[in-house]
Ligand binder design. Structure first.
Ligand code: WTA
Length: 570
């Protein structure tokens, strides 16, 4: 194959020799970077904050460099350590104990980060929810997790169906509200709380995070992560993010998604590196401005964002001074080779693709700074990770053959459970392999190439959407009889959501009706889950057992051969 490779350019990356490190590596080697290795006392919040706050050389270093329209703040490691202590005391006052689920449903703000670490300091499990979720999405997650406490804002509280959440004991509101007496006021409680707190020491295998994510069937599932994940957050922070003491790091992902916690919070702070937080919505100029103003050196973002920058034109970029930037990474969707080529020209830097999932907790297959990049490839497994391509029985396939991308089970950041659903957890593993559901192949040199999903999960602008959730919402609308939802390829967003529906008797097709149905999903579930296209059909194809045949819908949409339709209902 004729292919342009992009060689590495610098000698001073943290990971010098991939092969050698890989051959000799044991995960236990990373333990020496943690205090618990000596004290036996474990808590990820201690390693990410308090350890630095107790270090005279580090305590006044900026941990969070926060900006949003109309608000800018810098919090040092000492500040954030104290603020999270205060919040942990607030939670204790409201009877939060180890293992309780405490959810956050709010935009990025200094209060969010104080609360997030406060939760971890009590030994409770944090559940961050994306701020764009609407009532249904919020309800599903708070019900399934049996959350005891929720931290949210006056603007978002109306999306919390309190009557249907019997386990939810306490709601803490951040910001002015006209009904403060019914809720706990964040700022008032914080003002009255001590900034000292006896952190709850836990075990490496104790829970710290629940991230809800979508599959192709059923409701979103709670992916359960434990403190032990810090080992891999730290190691990848060193090898893949290539973090160094003086870096200014920016990860654009919201903490409602796993990238926003593993790499938007833990990896940089475990390394004691200054972490840029940008709240609000972004335009391409906001991105450039944030990079320039904060003199960002290491930037972790997503293909959708990069494609947006490409279509915005190089002229826009040239208005900014981005010379501080030295390292760029991408995650969440396939990174088009054209974007890598553009990045080389526009930033004079390589863009490093990284592959992983909510379930894997941390990066697994990556373009390492020290290795050559083959544009279009996700790269190679990091040291400590064995990846392969397997068939449906878990047998390894030879190079260049497409199959299911699989990881040899047992890496530090791997999920430990699907909340409330042990059977679901087991179903991820075959023959000692964690089977990802992504199809890919491996070339002769060990580079992995992503090909698509093997199930019906949709990836729109890097956000995972389950078709079942959208279908369930659609059929709640009185006009909709049946619904089938697919991902349709889109040049900028990767995929958009397309819904096929049939109408109940008495409803006529009209543009107004379609828009109403779209809004129904948008305001009921979430904006990113609302179908951009809706097509009305007389009926929706189903199997004899009543399952929507999304694959057939997709073939029709793309004009592809329909394959085996023997299970199709009459
Ligand atoms: C997709 C995000 C191609 C993939 C961290 C995976 C990717 C799903 C890449 C996980 C990549 C992630 N190239 N596809 N570099 N990274 N994906 O759980 O289909 O939100 O299974 O985790 O995104 O999405 P999730």
């Amino acid at each position: 194959m004729d292919m342009q490779v992009i060689p590495a350019r610098s000698e001073d990356y943290n990971l010098k020799d991939y092969q050698k490190t890989r051959e000799n590596f044991k995960w236990d080697d990373v333990n020496k970077h943690f205090t618990w290795n000596e004290t036996g006392k474990v808590n990820i919040a201690y390693e990410a904050l308090d350890r630095h706050a107790e270090n005279p050389a580090k305590k006044d270093k900026v941990a969070l460099l926060y900006s949003a329209p109309g608000r800018e703040e810098r919090l040092t490691f000492a500040d954030l350590s104290k603020q999270s202590n205060r919040f942990a005391n607030v939670l204790k006052k409201h009877d939060v104990n180890k293992g309780d689920r405490v959810f956050l449903f709010m935009p990025r703000s200094p209060e969010f980060y104080a609360a997030f670490f406060g939760i971890l300091k009590t030994g409770a499990i944090a559940g961050p929810l994306f701020e764009a979720f609407m009532e249904q999405a919020v309800r599903d997650r708070l019900q399934d997790s049996e959350a005891k406490v929720l931290i949210t804002t006056p603007a978002l509280i109306e999306r919390v169906p309190q009557d249907e959440l019997p386990k939810l004991e306490t709601i803490i509101l951040v910001g002015e509200s006209g009904v403060a007496h019914t809720y706990i006021d964040y700022h008032r409680e914080m003002a009255g709380a001590s900034d000292e707190f006896d952190i709850e020491w836990v075990n490496l295998e104790d829970g710290m995070l629940l991230h809800y994510t979508s599959g192709s069937t059923g409701k979103p599932k709670g992916v359960y992560h434990v403190h032990n994940a810090m080992i891999q957050h730290y190691a990848t922070g060193e090898w893949v993010l290539d973090l160094k003491e003086d870096d200014v790091y920016w990860c654009t992902a919201d903490p409602g998604w796993v990238t926003g916690t593993s790499y938007g919070i833990f990896a940089p702070l475990l390394h004691g590196v200054t972490n840029v937080i940008r709240g609000g919505r972004f335009t391409p100029d906001d991105w450039y401005e944030t990079l320039e103003k904060n003199e960002v050196t290491v930037w972790y973002t997503a293909p959708t964002a990069l494609r947006m920058l490409v279509s915005h034109g190089e002229g826009a970029l040239r208005k900014y001074n981005l010379t501080s930037l030295r390292h760029i990474m991408s995650v969440g969707e396939p990174l088009n080779p054209e974007v890598v080529t553009w990045g080389l020209k526009a930033f004079n830097l390589r863009i490093h693709d990284t592959w992983w999932m909510t379930e894997t907790g941390a990066q697994l297959i990556v373009n390492l700074p020290t290795l050559e990049i083959r544009p279009g490839s996700m790269g190679k497994p990091i040291p400590g990770i064995e990846a392969s391509i397997v068939d449906h029985e878990g047998n390894e396939l030879p190079p260049n053959q497409m199959g299911n991308l699989a990881i040899k089970e047992g890496w530090p950041a791997m999920m430990r459970q699907i909340w409330n659903n042990p059977g679901k957890y087991e179903s991820y593993f075959i023959n000692g392999w964690y089977v990802s559901g992504d199809s890919a192949y491996r070339d002769e040199d060990g580079y992995f190439w992503f090909q698509g999903r093997l199930d019906d999960v949709i990836n729109t602008s890097g956000e995972r959407v389950g078709p079942f959730e959208v279908e369930s919402k659609l059929i709640e609308h009185p006009a909709v009889a049946e619904a089938g939802v697919i991902g349709k390829p889109h040049p900028e967003r990767g995929e958009i959501i397309k819904a096929f529906i049939s109408l109940n008797e008495g409803y006529e097709k009209s543009d107004e009706l379609l828009e109403e149905i779209r809004q129904f999903v948008k305001t009921g579930l979430s904006a990113h889950a609302a179908p951009r296209e809706i097509e009305i059909r007389d009926s929706i194809p189903k199997t004899r057992s009543g399952k929507i045949m999304r694959r057939l819908l997709k073939s029709w949409e793309l004009g592809l051969p329909t394959g085996d339709t023997s299970t199709l209902e009459e």
